[in-house]
Design a protein around this ligand. Structure first.
Ligand code: SF4
Ligand code: MG
Length: 326
């Protein structure tokens, strides 16, 4: 499939002085048209920072210190996201790329109805639509996320958390963006609701053909709903492969540890071992492979050399950053 978003060599620091810490290093990642790309990793691994950097929502002390991010329009135009001016950026967001953050449901305006919030987005970006058309589009959007049109008149407090989060997803889809980035979009909801929303989103993706970057610390949700998964640790991508491939045959010891921290989806039960220790602080990143203090397989080069993300020796189509595989 063709790329819709390419990230290359992206570096992000927090701070600019001698105390600056590396939040993201050497991120290379491609999102293809129509796919769900899952980003996994413990908190502090850089997942959200990556979402903020790519959407130009990173605020100080976060600063992009290198690399490039390109959006590829359906016609073939390439947009350099990192050099968009403020007005171009406003048009770009919502229309070509939109974002749903964790707890987005709390960003609905409590004193406006769902109707007025949905139609405001449409009025701001689609001035050619008449009032009637905006209302019918708002109804259509609600039904896309499984909410009946009579809830248009509701105020946010009259809706459940799950419904409010679905309204935010409807808003994100209002202008038919090519890319939807979801950072822990369902984390605040119960498990049944999380699955319902994600199932619906994946179905919508098939209908509308947008691409999704799905970020969550819940690797079982990622395996279930993503086509491909990138696993982050200490600000780097340490493994990238198809979701089924990573589930069956993780190559990076950290991926293996993550997969053994939740019960098997199907098949034989497996031992839940988890990962000893805790993720590193940005200000005290271990040398070499940042995972080495927690890795049961660490050997001679691990503390000294940063492993490069590359296809493992036995084949292409996936990539891993670990000295065991070079
Ligand atoms: Fe473990 Fe070394 Fe591989 Fe890092 S590079 S995951 S420390 S074996
Ligand atoms: Mg986060």
């Amino acid at each position: 499939a063709e790329p819709v978003l390419t990230i290359s060599g992206l570096n992000v620091d927090y701070g600019t002085d001698a105390h600056a810490v590396h939040a993201l290093r050497d991120i290379d990642l491609t999102l293809h048209r129509g796919e769900v790309l899952g980003l996994a990793g413990e908190s502090g691994s850089g997942k959200s920072t990556l979402a903020y950097a790519v959407t130009r929502l990173l605020s100080p002390p976060g600063v992009i210190t290198g690399g490039a991010v390109h959006y590829h329009r359906p016609g073939g135009d390439r947009v350099d996201i990192l050099s968009l001016e403020a007005d171009q950026l406003r048009a770009f967001r919502w229309q070509e790329l939109s974002i749903v953050f964790q707890g987005a449901m709390n960003s609905l305006n409590p004193v406006h109805t769902v109707h007025s919030q949905l139609t405001d987005v449409l009025a701001a970006h689609r001035p050619e639509l008449r009032k009637r058309q905006r209302t019918s589009r708002a109804q259509e959007l609600l039904s896309l996320v499984g909410i009946s049109a009579d809830r248009l008149a509701a105020y946010p407090h009259q809706l459940s958390g799950g419904m409010r989060q679905r309204v935010m997803i409807a808003m994100a889809l209002a202008l038919e963006p090519e890319i939807v980035i979801m950072d822990e979009p369902t984390t605040a909801l119960d498990v049944v609701m999380q699955r319902q929303i994600l199932r619906r989103l994946v179905r919508l993706r098939e209908q509308l053909n947008f691409s999704v970057v799905f970020i969550t610390h819940d690797i079982s949700l990622l395996i279930e709903f993503s086509d491909r998964i990138a696993i982050m640790y200490g600000g780097r991508i340490v493994e990238e492969a198809g979701a089924a491939e990573i589930y069956r045959d993780p190559r990076h010891p950290y991926s293996d540890g993550l997969l053994h921290s939740f019960p098997a989806l199907h098949g034989p039960r497996r031992e839940l071992t988890g990962i000893p220790g805790s993720p590193p602080h940005l200000s005290a990143m271990p040398t070499g492979c940042a995972f080495h203090p927690r890795c049961g397989k660490a050997f001679e080069p691990c503390a000294g050399q940063v492993p490069v993300l590359a296809p493992p020796t036995d084949g292409p189509g996936r990539a891993v950053a670990c000295h065991l595989h070079t």
